[in-house]
Design a protein around this ligand. Structure first.
Ligand code: SF4
Length: 191
C-alpha cells in the first residue's frame, strides 16, 4: 500500500490533522452519534481503506465506534458490509474510494445522513459555521463561500487545503479526490 498502513487507534488523530472536510464531518458525526448511516459508512469506509486501514483494523474501528450496539447486532448488520468493501464478500470487487466528482454529483444526503461534500451539500450557513469553528479566519471563509456560491466546490476545497496548510509553499493541483487531499496533507507533515 503506497500510503502505508494505519491502525484503528490512529484514525482519530490522522483524520483530525489530514482529512478533507467531507471525511472529518463523517468522523465527527460518527463520534457524536456512535453511528452513521449506510451512505456515510460506505463513503468513509472506502476512504479509510484507501488511507491504509486493513480489514482487520476496520473491524476494530467500526466495532468500537458503534459503541451502543451489541456484538451480535454488529456481526449481523455491519460486519458483512465492511468485509464487502474490502472485496471479501459478495462479488468480491476491489472497491475504490469515491472521487470528489462522484461524491458531489451522486446520491445527495437527505436529512439525518452525513455523507456527501460539505462544500456542495451543506447550507451556506452551516458551512460558514463549520469553517469558523475550525478557526479559519474571516477573509478566508469569505473566499471559500464565494467559490461555493459560484459552484466551484472542488476549488473551495483546494482553497480550504491552502488556508489550513500555511506551511505549504507550492501551488497544488485542484483537489479531485479526498484521498489526494489526505496524502498531500500527510506528506507535508512528514517533511
Ligand atoms: Fe471531500 Fe472532495 Fe468535497 Fe473536498 S471537494 S470536501 S475532498 S468531496
Amino acid at each position: 500500500n503506497a500510503t502505508g498502513s494505519i491502525t484503528a487507534k490512529e484514525v482519530d488523530s490522522f483524520i483530525h490533522h489530514h482529512a478533507p472536510l467531507c471525511m472529518r464531518n463523517l468522523h465527527d458525526s460518527l463520534r457524536a452519534d456512535k453511528h452513521i448511516k449506510y451512505g456515510g459508512r460506505l463513503q468513509y469506509g472506502l476512504f479509510l481503506k484507501g488511507i491504509g486501514l486493513s480489514v482487520e483494523e476496520a473491524m476494530v474501528f467500526w466495532r468500537q465506534a458503534f459503541a451502543n450496539i451489541t456484538d451480535d447486532k454488529f456481526q449481523k448488520e455491519y460486519a458483512y458490509n465492511i468485509r464487502y468493501n474490502y472485496g471479501l464478500e459478495g462479488k468480491r470487487a476491489n472497491f475504490k474510494p469515491f472521487s470528489c466528482s462522484k461524491i458531489i454529483t451522486s446520491n445527495p444526503p437527505s436529512t439525518g445522513e452525513n455523507h456527501g461534500c460539505p462544500f456542495r451539500h451543506f447550507s451556506s450557513g452551516n458551512l460558514e459555521a463549520r469553517l469558523r469553528r475550525d478557526n479559519i479566519n474571516g477573509a478566508h471563509v469569505d473566499e471559500i463561500l464565494d467559490l461555493v456560491r459560484n459552484k466551484h466546490y472542488q476549488l473551495a476545497c483546494t482553497k480550504h487545503f491552502e488556508v489550513t496548510h500555511p506551511q505549504n509553499k507550492e501551488k497544488i493541483d485542484n483537489i479531485e479526490h479526498p484521498n489526494t487531499y489526505y496524502e498531500l496533507s500527510k506528506r507535508l507533515a512528514e517533511k
